[in-house]
Design a protein around this ligand. Structure first.
Ligand SMILES: Cc1cc2nc3c(=O)[nH]c(=O)nc-3n(C[C@H](O)[C@H](O)[C@H](O)COP(=O)(O)OP(=O)(O)OC[C@H]3O[C@@H](n4cnc5c(N)ncnc54)[C@H](O)[C@@H]3O)c2cc1C
Length: 443
């Protein structure tokens, strides 16, 4: 399936009441582009301007529930890995907010996701180059006919800006398996990111069943949220034959370093695909602490109430879903053979995320090189291979897991990726990425 989204009919890039022109503009103000803007502040004349559709920058706002933790060290913030003296470090945020001592004395092994979201919002406010409530629906290219050109960013009301170089940091959207497509919007079917809102204020009949589909971190967090909310019959369905923890070992963390990234990018595609599949649990597994919490809640509730509130159902692939008599019924193909049916008035989908559509004008998309699935081909510096890349570059953040490795969608190497993009834009080494002391010989 192509990842390109059609620009809306009627977007008129030429209508202009003098939109601003930037050397570098970004679309989306999630952590990826915020890192770019934070590091860009010192080195890009005029700074990096970001256009964000939300009314204020937010980081997965529906998934900051009580107890949810960052799976990455806070040292891997927007800037520190390449520029530890940058004013937008997490440490400076802590000092500026007056919470430094309280934070350290709380002795977190993993910090609250809420705190990281607050840090990102603080950094966005400090930057002063973030334009909120400004969706970009179309990126087109205006060739001036004399060897120059610029990108044109348009929203629902016309052109919002032009830029020499553009960085798309659009993030992801929930993935809805095909068997649920007809049920979207149906009462009782809830996306994980909306569960918190759905539950707030809702009365719970404790022994009314709830089904959570998806055996990853988000699924585990939904299970915990339901239990905390009073549910006592939660059935958790996962495709793997166990609810797999994230591998956070030293050798797994070797995949999250610049030297490995360079090695990986030079491998043939077939090998890269195989490695990404093999390495999946270094990124997509469940935090050990979250998994322990599920098991401990199950154990303790059994002690108190004589019943496990969570039934774990691994090795099941949901292949059909339908709604009848106020219940959603799911048919699961079992790993070891046969099918089974589960039904509940509430079904939560925690079935992963996929890249957001690219808002590229057809004329621009036609000038780009793509792979067999229609995905734009990216260079080592994250720029798209396209006709005028020598003079105007278009970069994509967070959509190159096969090209750049398992770390690409994560926070771990945000600053390194931003430094790589900025060095490419500026055509000089504005930021040095250092990682010399490597004891693993991958090649
Ligand atoms: C619940 C959750 C927890 C996670 N926790 C971790 C973790 O602990 N550690 C880790 O390494 N990774 C984690 N991840 C992975 C996650 O992908 C990254 O954390 C991060 O959010 C990716 O940043 P991003 O900037 O690419 O995308 P996003 O954070 O999704 O930001 C994209 C932004 O672009 C905006 N946007 C999209 N389209 C447009 C448009 N057309 N015009 C204007 N604006 C637009 C969106 O509104 C959004 O603000 C987590 C993911 C989820 C879902």
């Amino acid at each position: 399936m192509s990842e390109q989204r059609q620009c809306p009919v009627g977007a008129t890039p030429e209508r202009s009441d003098r939109p601003p022109h930037h050397a570098v503009a970004g679309i989306g103000a999630g952590p990826a582009n915020l890192s770019l803007a934070a590091l860009g502040e010192k080195v890009v004349p005029g700074g990096v301007h970001l256009y964000e559709r939300r009314p204020a920058p937010a980081w997965h706002p529906g998934q900051l529930s009580e107890g949810s933790k960052l799976q990455t060290s806070w040292v891997k913030d927007l800037v520190t890995l390449v520029d530890p003296t940058n004013r937008l470090s997490f440490l400076n945020y802590l000092v500026s907010s007056g919470r430094l001592y309280s934070f350290f004395n709380a002795q977190y092994a993993e910090i609250p996701r809420l705190e990281f979201a607050r840090y990102l919002a603080w950094a966005a406010g400090e930057l002063g180059t973030i334009h909120c409530s400004t969706p970009v629906e179309c990126v087109s290219y205006a060739d001036d006919g004399s060897g120059g050109g610029r990108f044109v960013l348009s929203g629902p009301e016309g052109v919002v800006a032009t830029a020499d170089h553009v960085v798309l940091g659009l993030g992801t959207r929930p993935r809805v398996p095909a068997c649920f497509e007809d049920l979207q919007g149906a009462r009782g079917l809830v996306l994980a990111e909306r569960l918190q809102t759905r539950l707030s204020g809702a009365a719970v009949l404790p022994y009314q069943p709830a089904l959570v589909v998806g055996g990853g971190q988000t699924g585990a967090e939904c299970v915990l949220m339901l239990i905390r909310h009073g549910f006592r019959d939660v059935r958790w369905i996962g495709r793997r034959n166990w609810f797999a923890p994230m591998d956070d070992s030293p050798s797994a963390n070797d995949f999250f370093r610049p030297t490995y990234l360079r090695f990986f990018h030079g491998l043939p595609e077939e090998v890269r695909r195989r490695y990404v599949a093999q390495q999946q649990l270094t990124s997509d597994g469940i935090s050990l602490a979250t998994l322990q919490e599920v098991y401990q809640l199950n154990y303790e509730t059994y002690l108190r109430e004589g019943r496990h509130p969570v039934m774990l159902l691994p090795g099941r692939d949901v292949v059909r879903a339908s709604r009848r008599d106020g219940q959603i019924a799911l048919w699961c193909e079992r790993d070891w053979g046969g099918r089974e049916r589960h039904a509940a008035p509430l079904v939560v989908l925690a079935t992963g995320r996929e890249p957001a559509g690219l808002p590229l004008a057809p004329g621009l998309a036609a000038l780009m090189e793509s792979d067999e699935s229609g995905r734009p081909l990216l260079e080592a510096d994250y720029s798209v291979r396209w006709k005028n890349a020598e003079r105007n570059r278009l970069y994509l953040q967070n959509r190159s897991r096969i090209g750049h490795g398992i770390a690409d969608p994560n926070l771990s190497l945000l600053a390194v990726r931003s430094a790589t993009i900025l060095n490419s834009v500026l055509e000089r080494t504005a930021y040095v990425v250092r990682d010399e002391h490597v004891s693993t010989a991958w090649a």
